[in-house]
Design a protein around this ligand. Structure first.
Ligand SMILES: Cc1cc2nc3c(=O)[nH]c(=O)nc-3n(C[C@H](O)[C@H](O)[C@H](O)COP(=O)(O)OP(=O)(O)OC[C@H]3O[C@@H](n4cnc5c(N)ncnc54)[C@H](O)[C@@H]3O)c2cc1C
Length: 476
């Protein structure tokens, strides 16, 4: 055991399966564990999504360019700028909705947390474009009518479509404010979500405004294309956020089969149904779960699968952190469950190297536990490091040790407070535990602070960013 691993604060819990990196090659390898189930046919790579979004923005710019009238007049320049920013803002709103439509190819290829981050960043750009559009349109109108800004604003608001767009803008501003980290932290998730739904109404009001504007209304083709793009996004939203979940609920008839204690404040819930295997859920993925009992039915909570799907049974492992997760412990067998998913891209599909390090912090062990069992590989190929404050906080310990023994994988528990004198996630400590660290793919899941610190250490230890695959439990 390394010096760090035998530090008083970081004593391993049990005799651990040692890393087998130096195993002689001629030894017979045990059978490779079952591979991940067949994957959905389509996965949109993050780069392709970026390119597609940029190409769409280019198309919108072209639409504007074809209609812009070259002029040195100030009111025309203002109006021209207002048209460009308005068109881009309208397109941006569509992209934001598309990112959250839960289209499987996008969810599985890009990952829910990354989509949520891009959605949040895109939201800021769109609000900026809308603000610029409003200011430019107002200035243009004021110059054109030789009026002051207040008179020009009153005049513009007398147009129905502009009043509708202004109401939509107010809704989007409310969405932006409630999504600011400092505000969102103080809000109940349900309140934040209710305000967020206002964005749909805002998009509809903006659409009315755009159809009345000169850039779109000017030509039959542009009107059709713009309407078609909106209709397509609306259909995707209704299909994947309403029809698919309802159809899955009817088809699989999921119910709680058992609730098991796993440690202080942590339970595993086994959920059984019909034809669950057809969901094609992969280890590392998560579902959004709605338990139909008092206090839980109104919200869909994201939880990862903590074991591969077996015998039409799904398993999640939940840590009681707030009002909803505390109620999960009291679920009774037979409770109906609505599950949407699977979502998430933290799957075997991301792997690029033979050697894999799974790095878990706290309840972030759940998706990594499923991957620990199923990622294909021989002795020494897979290592699991599990960071927890103390031995009592370690969950699923026995099964982790059984998996480590069975597949002769390395397993280390890194115990101790996060503000202790020794940091087991420091680059040197990580390299001591995993000597050829830079040759690994790393799957990382843990609390945001731990994930940030671990990512920085891994980068310093020579693991390229492209080989660090993480899931953020703070966003979905
Ligand atoms: C992809 C993903 C996988 C996860 N997997 C697991 C897991 O396997 N085991 C586990 O214990 N935890 C997991 N979590 C975290 C878990 O979802 C939250 O701890 C839980 O939703 C908190 O609910 P609460 O109401 O009890 O806590 P609260 O204290 O009310 O909420 C704590 C925080 O959780 C988030 N949250 C609350 N409700 C929701 C919701 N409906 N949707 C999204 N976020 C919400 C909010 O950011 C909130 O600030 C996962 C989270 C994500 C995003």
């Amino acid at each position: 055991m390394t010096t760090e691993a035998s530090h008083p604060l970081y004593v391993p819990l049990a005799p651990l399966a040692a890393p087998r990196a130096e195993e002689p090659r001629r030894r017979r390898r045990p059978p490779v564990p079952p591979a991940a189930p067949p994957v959905p046919a389509l996965r949109l790579a993050p780069g392709r999504l970026r390119t597609g979004i940029a190409a769409g923005a280019g198309g919108v710019g072209l639409l504007w360019g074809l209609q812009a009238r070259p002029s040195a007049r100030l009111d025309v320049l203002f109006a021209s700028g207002a048209h460009l920013t308005g068109l881009l803002a309208g397109y941006g709103v569509l992209v934001l909705l598309l990112l959250m439509a839960r289209v499987p190819a996008v969810e599985h290829g890009v990952g829910a947390d990354r989509l949520a981050r891009r959605h949040a960043l895109g939201g800021r750009y769109v609000l900026g474009l809308i603000a610029a559009h409003g200011v430019l349109a107002l200035c243009g109108h004021a110059v054109h009518t030789h009026a002051d800004l207040f008179t020009a604003a009153g005049d513009l608001l007398s147009y129905g479509a502009i009043a509708a767009a202004t109401a939509g803008t107010a809704l989007l501003v409310a969405v932006g404010i409630t999504s600011a980290r400092s505000v969102r932290r103080r809000l109940r998730h349900e309140t934040w979500r209710a305000v967020h739904l206002g964005a749909l109404l805002a998009a509809a009001l903006g659409f009315v405004h755009q159809l009345a504007g000169p850039d779109i209304a000017g030509g039959l083709l542009t009107r059709w294309l713009w309407s078609l793009a909106h209709a397509l996004v609306a259909v995707l939203l209704v299909w994947y956020r309403i029809v698919v979940p309802v159809r899955a609920a009817l088809r699989h008839d999921l119910r709680v089969a058992e609730v098991r204690d796993e440690g202080p404040g942590v339970v595993s819930v086994l959920i059984r149904g019909r034809g669950v295997d057809h969901l094609r859920a992969e280890p590392g993925q998560f579902f959004r779960w709605r338990f139909l009992r008092r206090g839980l039915w109104a919200t869909a909570l994201p939880f990862s699968l903590s074991a591969p799907v077996r015998d039409d049974t799904l398993r999640i492992t939940v840590k009681a952190l707030g009002d909803h997760t505390r109620r999960v412990r009291r679920l009774r067998p037979g409770t109906r469950v609505l599950a949407t998913g699977p979502f998430g891209a933290l799957t075997a599909h991301r792997r690029t190297r033979r050697k894999v390090l799974l790095l878990a912090g706290g309840v972030g062990i759940t998706p990594l536990r499923a991957l620990f069992e199923t990622l294909p590989g021989g002795p020494g190929d897979v290592t699991l490091l599990y960071r927890a404050p103390d031995a009592a906080s370690v969950v699923l310990r026995e099964e982790l040790e059984a998996i480590a023994r069975e597949r002769r994988a390395a397993l280390h528990f890194l115990l101790g407070p996060s503000d202790g004198s020794f940091d087991p996630l420091a680059p040197r400590a990580l390299r001591n535990l995993v000597p050829d660290l830079a040759a690994h793919d790393v799957y990382l899941c843990g609390p945001p602070a731990m994930a940030r610190a671990a990512t920085a250490s891994l980068r310093r230890a020579g693991v390229p960013a492209a080989r660090i695959h993480s899931e953020d439990f703070d966003r979905a």
